[in-house]
Design a protein around this ligand. Structure first.
Ligand SMILES: [Zn+2]
Length: 339
């Protein structure tokens, strides 16, 4: 064998040693790759706790699909915890504009009819509620696209789930299985850098430590694949980049999710006409029922036509990660068991 061939052989051996080892060896022992992860065989209902509207798509969608594949749509539930009203996304022009348009049209109608105009505070509250409702509509549309059989909506304060642990605990208690086996899934109480996500994990961790939980329930804590999280537990950055790339290539189902998302995403077309319609419907409700704008938003179905869709995080990031499916690090989840 010539020297050159020896060098090439040596390099090939090195490449195999460096490049082909299982990704698992780069992870801490307490983490399991979802690509290799098998849910316990006897699970017959899955419950996902989504702190905000968009977590169901951005971080949970792959696992939701895996759950549906395992037990069917009718045995998968996604629980929304917060009102989602604190998202900075409402400052984005494509979202701020329709919110402005709805409230200022209502204001014009009130002034034209010599009714008391809205105060600045009422306008701000109305925008938050419209934003929250629109996000919830997206959440519901995303679940329909994913084929989830059941959902539950709560309106705990976005940004302060750490102050709502007791409430989250009682929501989780309401979902505990008493026969069969229920899997409860949310973010990691240990690895997640987002305070709301971490708090949700903490609540599940607390409940899972209670006596009797394990008789019919299993808790899974999902770790987001994003550098801020991963840097904490991959031994070297190069390994997590490589692992990340490999993981994304292993994904199945993202094409179906993208197709389903496109189906609801493209419905947000004529925003101007939609906002005018919503404003008119809200004003009508205020006149007819003698209620405030906030009450009108709460009680009419008009807001269901306000699809922030293309502008909001849930769909924008969804498209980013599925269309150019190597750009979003969050598509794949890792799961760890309590420790
Ligand atoms: Zn979230």
């Amino acid at each position: 064998m010539s020297l050159n061939k020896k060098i090439v052989s040596l390099l090939l051996v090195l490449l195999v040693i460096i490049g082909a080892g299982p990704i698992q060896q780069y992870l801490r022992d307490d983490l399991t790759l979802v690509g290799e992860f098998q849910f316990a065989e006897d699970i017959d209902h899955f419950v996902f706790y989504s702190p905000h509207q968009d977590d169901e798509s951005i971080f949970f969608s792959q696992t939701v699909q895996a759950a549906i594949d395992k037990v069917g749509s009718d045995r998968v539930t996604v629980v929304l915890l917060s009102d989602g009203a604190a998202s900075g996304a409402q400052e984005l022009p494509e979202i701020a504009q329709p919110l402005d348009a709805v409230t200022s049209t209502v204001q014009q109608l009130l002034i034209q009819s010599s009714a008391a105009p809205l105060t600045q505070e009422e306008i701000a509250d109305a925008k938050r509620l419209l934003f929250s409702k629109a996000r919830t509509n997206e959440f519901i549309a995303a679940l329909e696209a994913l084929g989830v059989g059941h959902y539950e909506l709560h309106t705990l304060p976005d940004g302060d789930l750490a102050g709502s642990i007791e409430e989250i605990n009682s929501i989780i208690r309401g979902k505990l299985g008493t026969e069969g086996r229920v899997a409860h899934l949310t973010y990691s109480y240990y690895f997640d850098p987002h305070a709301d996500h971490c708090a949700t994990g903490q609540a599940l961790q607390e409940i899972s430590a209670e006596d009797g939980f394990g008789d019919h329930n299993t808790a899974y804590f999902m770790v987001k694949m994003e550098p801020a999280t991963l840097a904490n537990y991959y031994p070297q950055p190069i390994f997590y980049k490589k692992a990340h790339f490999r993981l994304l290539q292993q994904q199945t189902g993202s094409q179906q999710i993208a197709a389903a998302a496109a189906e609801y995403g493209v419905r947000c077309t004529d925003m101007d006409a939609a906002t005018q319609q919503i404003a008119a419907a809200l004003y009508d409700t205020m006149q007819r029922d003698g209620c405030t704008l906030l009450q009108a938003i709460e009680t009419t179905s008009a807001v269901s036509t306000l699809r922030l869709g293309v502008g909001h995080l849930s769909v924008k990031d969804f498209f980013t990660m599925t269309d150019a499916h190597l750009t979003n690090q969050s598509l794949v989840t890792l799961i760890h068991t309590p420790f």
